[in-house]
Design a protein around this ligand. Structure first.
Ligand code: OOG
Ligand code: MG
Length: 262
């Protein structure tokens, strides 16, 4: 760790305020270039602590930057991990108010719900698949607090990996019946196809993202709890949205899920 506790608390408060007020900021490594990975996750943990302390609930976990399309779009090379909150949940077909966000984008994701806890190190996709209760389709709405979505990995980790809103829906399916690598993914904006992919875009197999999360948490003495909902990461590039847009995600065998921006 390169930053002291007071600096971590100050940066967490700043980033959370930017989120709650829908105000952008410059990436924090501009001012604190010495900050390291532990500092970045410590800032994210402090944001999480603040939310729970003020009565919020953690609704799930997320892996991000797990597909080549996303890594290329954002100019980074390593997955990142974060969390989503109760107030981020949007019902299927529901509305997202763009006035509450800075510059939202949507991503198609395969979402895992676990029946058993998972703990690294050494967690592999066999363990992930045997511990998975079901998968469902999800649209993640990301909204980097950094100006023009320009960040480096440490800054985006501190900013809870741009987490903002999410919608889950469609059909829950057991993983034993599916080949998650070849599931076709189609995302539409106002009835037009804007992104296409398959599950293998996420690290060759989306369960790899869940294993990486378990190993990441295991290295810090934590685990994925039983029952956890986990977003495995955008399969395609994220697509910018504005008020008036309708988004529908269809995933082969998993049905569809949608939301509107108002
Ligand atoms: C970081 C969050 C990425 C994903 O699924 O790749 C993410 C960002 O691109 O702003 O959630
Ligand atoms: Mg995502």
């Amino acid at each position: 760790m390169k930053l002291d506790k007071a600096t971590i608390a100050k940066l967490a408060e700043h980033l959370e305020n930017c989120e709650l007020r829908a105000q952008d900021t410059l990436k924090i490594t501009d001012e604190y270039p010495e900050m390291d990975w532990d500092d970045a996750y410590a800032i994210q943990d402090e944001i999480r602590r603040r939310k729970v302390a003020s009565g919020g609930r953690i609704a799930g976990l997320k892996a991000g930057l797990t597909s080549f399309a996303k890594m290329k779009q954002m100019g980074v090379e390593t997955p990142v991990f974060g969390f989503v909150t109760d107030y981020g949940a949007v019902p299927d077909g529901g509305e997202v108010k763009v006035s509450e966000l800075i510059h939202p984008k949507v991503e198609p994701e395969i979402v895992f719900v676990m029946k058993r806890a998972l703990k690294g190190p050494g967690c592999h996709i066999g363990e992930v698949l045997s511990a998975t209760d079901f998968v469902i389709p999800g649209i993640e709405v990301i909204d980097s607090r950094y100006r023009d979505f320009k960040f480096d990995l440490k800054s985006v980790i501190a900013d809870n990996t741009s987490a903002a809103r999410f919608v889950l829906g469609g059909r829950m399916r057991a993983v034993a019946d599916l080949d998650l690598r070849t599931l076709g993914v189609v995302m539409e904006k106002n009835g037009e196809v804007v992104a296409l992919g398959a599950g293998a875009a996420v690290l060759g197999h989306p369960a790899t993202a869940i294993a990486m999360l378990a190993n990441h948490l295991g290295a810090r003495g934590q685990e994925i709890p039983a029952g956890a909902m986990i977003m495995s990461g955008g399969i395609t590039e994220a697509v910018a949205v504005a008020a008036g847009d309708n988004i529908t995600l269809r995933i082969q065998h998993l049905g569809s899920v949608s939301l509107k921006f108002v």
